[in-house]
Design a protein around this ligand. Structure first.
Ligand SMILES: NC(=O)c1ccc[n+]([C@@H]2O[C@H](COP(=O)([O-])OP(=O)(O)OC[C@H]3O[C@@H](n4cnc5c(N)ncnc54)[C@H](O)[C@@H]3O)[C@@H](O)[C@H]2O)c1
Length: 281
């Protein structure tokens, strides 16, 4: 395979396109938001520039990669792709509609979703070929992070898993295959830890910096759970915990009241300048 279409050019989509183009894939990046694609190309260029300065990519590799990226505002542009990676907004109806259209527009392609929390089995059921549908859960920032959680839906064919594992390796990343389940493994393990950290603050057990220091210095985590929650976005954390809570029906996933309150107050973390910490830049 050497031709990929990336649907959705937000935070994740631009990183996914960057990594594919860097590894010699013809890449088309698709988004419906007016004016976004020019800005995204500028972001990708700036990110390559940073890699050139660091010496991880040469100027020739940067130019070749940038020349491999096309953009489009129409989903029709997926038609030649052998692999489609959907990284559109995390709303079930948006993704279901996209997959119904991809089924028709790219009949031979493997269809992957970068969803963090929507069932791959349910997404696959929107198509007439669930065997070719799979989760490719890239981590943010995509050019930097090594892991891709490969999510096998109930009907995903072995052949699809094998192909996608090979693709991930060819991108210089490490695939880890898991079965479809709410939150997969990454968020099912991470979000309850963040939630407990929030509960510690809420109950007055320790202040945010003490909680984070304990996890950094005592457990060797590179970032404390509350600083990480601020980076991810407290609204995103709340959303994923709500899904875990709803889908498992288990009270152990119930979001801490303080998390809900902070989201209601607009303290979403880095993106709004205030979460568990204050960000002045
Ligand atoms: N942000 C993260 O840290 C992170 C990490 C892992 C996975 N994810 C997942 O990746 C996906 C994208 O997340 P994001 O943070 O990049 O979101 P984002 O909001 O930054 O970007 C989503 C993009 O999708 C576009 N879009 C919406 N409907 C579309 C359509 N019909 N066709 C084409 N484009 C469409 C929007 O215009 C937007 O630009 C989500 O499923 C999310 O759960 C996010």
């Amino acid at each position: 395979m050497s031709r990929v279409a990336v649907v959705g050019a937000g935070t994740m989509g631009n990183g996914v396109a960057h990594v594919f183009a860097q590894h010699a894939w013809d890449t088309v990046l698709i988004d419906v938001a007016p004016g976004l694609l020019e800005r995204v190309l500028a972001t990708i260029r700036a990110n390559f520039e940073r890699q050139v300065k660091k010496g991880t990519v040469t100027a020739e590799q940067r130019d070749a990669a940038l020349a491999r990226i096309r953009t489009s505002s129409s989903l029709d542009a997926v038609k030649d792709a052998e692999l489609v990676v959907e990284a559109a907004s995390e709303q079930p109806e948006t993704k279901f509609k996209i997959f119904r259209e991809l089924d028709r527009l790219a009949p031979a392609a493997v269809l992957a979703s970068n969803t963090s929390s929507i069932s791959i089995t349910t997404i696959a059921a929107q198509t007439r070929r669930p065997g070719q549908v799979i989760g490719m859960h890239f981590m943010n920032p995509v050019p930097v992070m090594e892991l891709v959680e490969v999510v096998r839906g109930m009907e995903t064919a072995d052949e699809t898993v094998v192909k996608v594992v090979e693709v991930v390796k060819a991108l210089g990343k490490t695939p880890v295959v898991v079965n479809d389940s709410p939150g997969f493994v990454s968020n099912r393990v991470l979000m309850p830890m963040i939630n407990e950290a929030v509960s510690c603050v809420m109950e007055g057990v320790a202040a945010p910096d003490a909680v984070d220091q304990i996890m950094r210095l005592g457990m060797n985590h590179p970032v404390g759970p509350l600083a990480l929650a601020d980076l991810i976005g407290l609204d995103v954390c709340l959303h994923i915990l709500d899904i875990l809570h709803h889908d498992f029906g288990d009270p152990k996933y119930r979001p801490a009241a303080l998390l809900r309150k902070m989201v209601a107050a607009g303290r979403l973390g880095r993106k709004t300048g205030r979460g568990f910490y204050v960000y002045r830049d």
